[in-house]
Design a protein around this ligand. Structure first.
Ligand code: BG6
Length: 516
């Protein structure tokens, strides 16, 4: 085992603590959530609506407080109006005046710059005031929805203004949005800076894919059932395809996206987490420590192919059609330099060097402006060793597949061969589907709802730990460096399924991408 896998469990990560009954309604205790970057897109579209939805579901305490911090001259009333607009537009649950009124009483806005001492002093006074007027009990979570370059400064300011100090019986937590660094070295440095101020169990790194119901269901599918485990290995599995396709372009995110690209934006985090959940061994329990140990073992066992030129692909979307309208190419998007070499599509093959997965390639791909929005993990099985049918009878028989449909059409598909009705023996692939909508009446919380609630509860299993992040960079750094040294990404038509090189990459292995 490497040192990375041997960390001692501490506090709530201790696997020896009593197992929780996860069916009980989990309601946050007295606390506040402070959002830095509250005027940004993420706060408006996801964080503020999630807070309202949690309140509407009765999962926040009556005295809950939401504090916005940004470089705007807003009053508390202006802030309330902003939250109101975002809730009206993006919340999942119906608007209820009485819930809103109660929630809005706990809104505070702190104007100021992230480098401004006086602003952090005002923040300090605000949280002290909330402890008295709303009974938040010294429990405060600081959500950094800001560019990562600013994390060190905010963490320093929080520390210097006494905002990270926990009194007995109270807590302080920090929530960090990705990207966690730019490469292994910067991720290590970031982790060092953050963990110098906050103990590891108070740091919550958001990978919103782990907040998705369907991603958590991967654990249920694998470990609550008996029929999948016997075939979940190299004896039966031919390969695995993990796809995260988006039909949107980069929208107004040029400032964030250019220079980052598809591999850093989503493979380093979301796709590697999906890989880890697909390939990991059964954890001894679902507490954070046990779960992270198993995920880390997978990430530590990931091997890149020697020939990155043959087993990776990248592209950049060109003009084309999406959803019936003509769309611009990446280089024509506002704010993108004409000569940008940032990839908007990335694909790579990795192997997981363990007994279970020996010789089973995992193919990862993601891209913007592809044919449709879909995220799925497809486990592709080997063909039956012998077919007692003729070649023509099985012409339309493909590989058996188990597809975990993460979104948007959430569910699971099993694909297998069935006899085509008629007098002849002819076998064709069919799908057997489980769809959430058809099986459950319960509604799924949005990923950010689940994750914010877990932060307020101090429940860490759905948050990647720093070594997982670093292992992710260890895998990707050589690929990104290889690409940087080998010219520009290939152009691909918007609305299609990525560059030719991505298809050639699988064809070389005698395989083809699924068309989701
Ligand atoms: C984010 C990426 O992490 O995930 C975005 O930064 C991407 O580029 C988004 O669009 C996709 O999230 P979802 O939940 O819509 O699949």
């Amino acid at each position: 085992m490497t040192a990375e896998l041997e960390e001692e469990p501490t506090g709530p990560e201790n696997p020896l603590r009593d197992p929780q009954d996860r069916r009980l309604p989990r309601i946050a205790g007295p606390c506040s959530l402070v959002i830095f970057g509250v005027t940004g897109d993420l706060a408006r579209k996801k964080l503020m609506p999630a807070v309202y939805d949690l309140a509407n579901r009765g999962l926040l305490p009556p005295g809950f407080a939401l504090v916005g911090f940004a470089r705007r001259d807003y009053t508390n009333q202006d802030f309330a109006q902003i939250v109101h607009d975002s809730v009206k537009e993006h919340a999942r649950t119906p608007f209820r005046e009485e819930v809103w009124q109660q929630l809005a009483e706990g809104f505070r806005f702190v104007p100021g710059d992230l480098t401004d001492d006086a602003a952090f002093q005002r923040l300090r006074e605000t949280v002290d005031e909330l402890d008295v007027t709303r009974g938040t009990g010294g429990n405060h979570a600081f959500y950094l929805s800001i560019p990562p370059g600013l994390f060190p400064e905010v963490v320093r300011q929080l520390s210097e203004h006494g905002l990270t100090k926990e009194n007995p019986g109270s807590w302080r937590r920090v929530v960090i949005e990705k990207p966690f660094g730019h490469d292994l070295q910067s991720a290590r440095e970031l982790n060092r800076v953050v963990e110098e101020v906050f103990p590891p169990q108070s740091v919550f790194r958001i990978d919103h894919y782990l907040g998705k119901e369907t991603v958590q269901n991967m654990l249920a599918l694998r470990f609550a059932n008996s029929m999948f485990e016997p075939v979940w290995n190299s004896h039966y599995v031919d390969h695995v395809q993990i796809t995260m396709a988006e039909d949107i372009g980069i929208g107004g995110r040029a400032g964030y996206y250019d220079g980052i690209g598809a591999a850093r934006d989503v493979i380093q985090n979301h796709l590697l987490q999906l890989l880890a959940l697909t390939a990991m061994e059964e954890p001894v329990s679902f507490d954070a420590w046990s779960l992270r140990q198993e995920k880390k073992k997978v990430l530590a066992a990931v091997k890149l192919p020697e020939r990155l030129d043959l087993h990776t692909a990248r592209g950049q979307y060109a003009a084309g059609w999406a959803g019936g309208t003509k769309v611009k190419g990446y280089l024509q998007e506002d704010g993108i330099p004409q000569d940008s070499g940032t990839e908007t599509f990335a694909a790579l093959r990795v192997d997981v060097d363990t007994r279970r997965w020996a010789g089973v390639p995992f193919y990862l791909r993601t891209g913007k402006r592809l044919g449709r929005r879909v995220t799925e993990v497809a486990v592709m099985f080997k063909r039956a060793p012998h077919l007692p049918f003729t070649k023509t009878e099985t012409e339309e028989l493909g590989q058996n597949a188990l597809v975990m449909r993460i979104q948007p059409d959430e569910g699971i598909t099993m694909r297998f061969g069935a006899k085509v009705p008629g007098t002849a023996m002819e076998i064709r692939d069919v799908n057997m589907d489980f769809a959430y909508g058809g099986s459950f009446t319960e509604s799924s919380p949005e990923a950010y709802e689940r994750l914010i609630l877990d932060v307020l509860l101090g429940d860490p299993p759905l948050f990647p730990q720093h070594t997982e992040v670093e292992l992710g960079w260890k895998i990707l750094d050589p690929v990104i460096n290889f690409w940087a040294a080998h010219g520009k990404p290939e152009q691909y038509a918007s609305g299609g399924w990525g560059p030719d090189s991505a298809h050639e990459m699988l064809a070389r292995d005698g395989r083809a991408w699924r068309r989701p």
